[in-house]
Design a protein around this ligand. Structure first.
Ligand code: URA
Length: 487
């Protein structure tokens, strides 16, 4: 009997080398006992393997490509019989090349089931790892740590996903089944079990606020959520504590949303329209103060968008604001409230501004287009992008606002505002964060629109993009502080 000791922590090469030696020497599966061991015993493993045979006497081994892929997943399972199962399959494949095509075969079915469990565990890891920033003395790249508890040995096989996604930061994922580390150059895996670093991140509170604000109760599917997000992962997710409360209030929140949506927009519009004939039409020469401009814009009929919108949503903020932020156009809630950025995108913007240390009331906030453009769908109004003509008409107001506010920096949120204010036609991803000169000493700083973050389906990616947006805002704050300390 050959007794083989393996470390058994998902290292495919470890099993492969032992299996190759045994099979080449013609050792049948019933003559092998596979054991997993601690590190010390592993060194004894070689003594239990048959001596390498001379080439001429060794059995030539071949396997179909599908077997390697299957075996690489199966060795990551925690099932104690996995090595024996794989060796039996390897042995049988030497005389039956089509074995893997028989789904009813007991060994094949078992191996496929184990592989599926591993794939699922790996997928869960990509979805539920939450990095926390490690703040310290070190300068340079930001450092993050995450604690995750996988069911199987999936850390090494899943780590390349995180290297691709989070290449620009240093990170470590610690688990009881080994750890992975990335320093910008090397992705290293250590099979030794880790302890929970128990790291707290002040960002967790912010992430929870953000999660709660983007949670859409109308899309809640509790069953799907429970299947996709099993309870065992909850204890490491900062947002998990919020979920029961969000679910409990979902029905009431959906009702409140429906009531808000039921405020029939044409009704608002007609009330304003009825009042309009008694007001003078817009004058071409504006007196220049923000209040006068706002009043005048309230009667704007420069393009057909005023017909369906409830009201003009003009910019707001102090006349001498150093930073002007320009969005695309008001959304549903802004149209009803008559104020910019008070809906979901506004809440994302508020959270990011807070994190970057910029007070919202120090900014002048406005939009490239001042009326809400939408298509009605039942009681809902679906946002539609303004077209070139509409942006062009509204640029008249934007120019007046810039004249009145005289900001040092104009921040464009998203592509519409960028195109409205610059000749720039390159994609936003190419010009983001690169200041563009405007007239005088004024600069334009292009960044993303906060609603972009609301559309990202993947939580980890959303968090990453949120952090990048905050970085843009911090850069904006630094530019303004530098410029004004020189004055
Ligand atoms: N999106 C915008 O571009 N502006 C707003 O005011 C709200 C949402």
């Amino acid at each position: 009997m050959h007794r083989v000791f393996l470390l058994g922590r998902g290292d495919f090469a470890e099993w492969r080398d032992a299996a190759r030696a045994l099979a080449a020497a013609g050792v049948a599966p019933r003559e092998v006992e596979w054991r997993t061991s601690g590190e010390n015993e592993l060194f004894a493993a070689g003594q239990n393997l048959p001596k390498a045979l001379p080439r001429a006497r060794a059995r030539a081994l071949t396997v179909p490509a599908g077997f390697l892929e299957l075996a690489e997943a199966v060795v990551c399972h925690t099932e104690p019989g996995r090595f024996h199962l794989l060796y039996r399959l390897l042995w049988r494949l030497q005389s039956d090349r089509n074995l893997l095509a028989l789904p009813a075969d007991e060994d094949v079915a078992r191996a496929r089931l184990l592989a599926r469990n591993v794939h699922r565990d790996s997928h869960k890891m990509t979805a539920f790892v939450r990095f926390k920033e490690v703040f310290g003395e070190a300068v340079g790249r930001r450092r993050f740590v995450a604690w995750f508890e996988p069911s199987h040995f999936v850390v090494a096989r899943t780590a390349p996903f995180f290297r691709r996604r989070f290449a620009d930061m240093d990170w470590m994922i610690a688990t009881p089944r080994g750890s992975a580390r990335w320093d910008g150059e090397t992705l290293a895996f250590d099979p030794r079990p880790c302890e929970n670093p128990g790291h707290d991140d002040p960002m967790d509170d912010l992430w929870c606020t953000y999660y709660a604000s983007i949670f859409n109760p109308a899309r809640l599917k509790v069953k799907a959520m429970q299947t996709e997000m099993p309870k065992k992962y909850w204890r490491n997710l900062p947002e998990a504590a919020l979920i029961p409360g969000l679910i409990a209030h979902a029905e009431a929140n959906v009702r409140a949303m429906a009531e808000r949506a039921a405020s029939d927009p044409p009704l608002f519009h007609h009330r304003l329209q009825d009042a309009a004939p008694t007001l003078p039409q817009v004058r071409l020469e504006s007196p220049g103060t923000l209040d006068a401009l706002r009043e005048e814009a309230g009667r704007c009929t420069r393009c057909p968008l005023h017909c369906a919108a409830t009201q003009t949503v003009f910019g707001e903020g102090p006349q001498g604001a150093r930073i002007m932020m320009v969005g695309e156009q008001p959304g549903d809630q802004e149209d009803l409230a008559g104020r910019p950025f008070v809906g979901p995108a506004g809440r994302v913007l508020d959270a990011a501004l807070h994190e970057a240390g910029i007070a919202r009331d120090s900014l002048y906030l406005t939009n490239a287009v001042k009326h809400f453009k939408y298509v009605p769908r039942g009681k809902r109004r679906l946002h539609q992008r303004p077209d070139r003509g509409e942006i062009e008409h509204c640029r008249w107001w934007l120019a007046k606002e810039i004249d009145a506010v005289q900001p040092s920096l104009v921040v464009t949120l998203g592509a519409t505002a960028l195109h409205a204010l610059s000749g720039e036609r390159r994609p936003l991803s190419e010009v983001r964060g690169k200041p563009i000169a405007m007239e005088g000493a004024r600069l334009l700083y292009p960044t993303i629109h906060p609603s972009h973050l609301l559309r990202l389906p993947d939580g980890a990616e959303r968090l990453r993009q949120h952090a990048l947006f905050v970085e843009d805002l911090r850069a904006i704050r630094a530019m303004i502080e530098r410029a004004h300390s020189l004055c």
